[in-house]
Design a protein around this ligand. Structure first.
Ligand code: ZN
Length: 407
């Protein structure tokens, strides 16, 4: 996953976390999913109908809140003629604040994957499942299971296994009792196997080669057939390079693909963790040097180096939930910026003593992404799934940099 994509995914993940916290009193929270090709005028007239229907809601407050939410959606949509390439998702409603108060919130998102179908939902929570599914969509892996009787080709995308092609062989059974000499019969089998392997190889090349973001290929089957297949010249050399691991599985049909994925789960998980560990070990190795080598950690130090353009790779713990807050004095204009985790404290202006306003609140990782983008710094989000990732989060505060040059 490149930096850009990782960032989009992170921002999206955070937006979902925020939306998930909201709760409405009745069924007052409205979620609207608009597919890319749906004209906004269609959506507006749908909303107008809903607006009319909602006049019949019994509870006075719910009625008022739902109607004002629909009005708000319509007024936000009027700036569009057609939705953007992936469609639009709108969340509007009165959410419960502290005490007995409610507050109207309104979010409009361009999703990372196309919206599949039009959805309009009123509930006490926002409807987020389709967006969560999009986030779940991950790298694509090719799947191939084979024995002498049959082969199945498919894809693993996220957690979804898709069968693309099932092929059956003409290889005669070994228990053939005909009059032919056993040598001649062996030869026939060999030929038939070769033909079958060729057919499977051609099909696999046809299916896998055009997939640009194919992350790797998993191969499985019972016994040694899969190994003979791979040893031969059947699979394109570019695809052979992408084979991650070969597994023994009992089936070579659709169930075989699923079995293959189950067996490979640990390998796939480890690949991602392995990459993170390599990055962190690079950092640990540098930081152990007496002069700190080409590494830095700690928010302030890293920010400084980042703003000088000295950072090659920025390492950040994915679970870092911190904000960069800006306070401004309404009287004298004095500004303070601080990084905060949890509750945001009130501040008094150190110059004139007036209570200060919070004028900006930004997710810290997003802020780092912004600075990194300016200087072509690569950003790597690190999970805490490995031992190294945990050490990184706890002992190094989850923020570090591998430098381009000695600071
Ligand atoms: Zn002041």
């Amino acid at each position: 996953m490149d930096s850009e994509e990782a960032r989009r995914k992170y921002e999206f993940q955070r937006a979902l976390e925020e939306l998930e916290k909201y709760e409405g009193r009745g069924t007052e929270l409205i979620s609207v999913y608009i597919p890319p090709k749906r004209p906004i005028s269609d959506v507006i007239s749908y909303l107008r109908d809903e607006y009319g229907t909602s006049a019949n809601i019994k509870s006075k407050t719910t009625r008022k809140n739902v109607m004002s939410a629909i009005e708000s959606i319509m007024s936000r949509l009027k700036y569009f003629k057609m939705p953007p390439p992936n469609g639009l998702v709108v969340f509007v409603g009165h959410v419960i604040k502290r005490g007995d108060q409610t507050e109207m919130v309104s979010h409009i998102l361009e999703p990372p994957e196309p919206v599949q179908s039009f959805i309009y939902k009123c509930d006490s929570k926002f409807y987020l499942e389709p967006l969560k599914d999009m986030l779940g969509q991950k790298d694509i892996y090719g799947l191939l299971v084979i024995d002498r009787k049959e082969a199945t080709i498919g894809f693993l995308e996220g957690t979804r296994v898709e069968v693309i092609k099932h092929l059956e062989s003409m290889v005669p059974s070994k228990h053939h009792q005909g009059g032919q000499s056993s040598r001649r019969f062996e030869r026939l089998i060999e030929l038939a196997v070769h033909e079958f392997f060729k057919k499977v190889g051609d099909k696999a090349n046809e299916v896998f080669l055009p997939v640009e973001n194919l992350k790797g290929i998993l191969v499985g089957g019972p016994g040694g057939t899969k190994d003979s297949f791979l040893k031969g010249d059947y699979l394109h050399h570019e695809l052979k390079k992408k084979i991650i691991e070969v597994f023994d599985v009992g089936y070579t049909d659709e169930y075989g693909l699923q079995e293959l994925v189950n067996k490979a789960a640990t390998t796939l998980k480890n690949m991602e963790i392995f990459r993170e560990r390599e990055l962190l070990q690079k950092f640990f190795k540098e930081i152990k040097k007496p002069d700190g080598g080409l590494a830095l950690y700690g928010e302030k130090e890293v920010r400084g180096a980042l703003e000088r353009g000295a950072v090659e790779i920025l390492l950040i713990s994915e679970g870092l939930r911190k904000y960069r807050i800006t306070w401004k004095c309404p009287q004298c204009g004095y500004e303070i910026k601080e990084t905060i985790k949890g509750e945001i404290p009130e501040k008094e202006c150190p110059k004139c003593g007036s209570p200060m306003d919070i004028v900006d609140k930004k997710d810290l990782i997003e802020e780092y992404y912004d600075i990194a983008e300016e200087f072509g710094t690569k950003v790597e989000l690190i999970s805490d799934e490995s031992e190294e990732g945990k050490i990184f989060a706890n002992a190094f505060g989850g923020i570090a940099a591998v430098l381009r040059y000695r600071h």
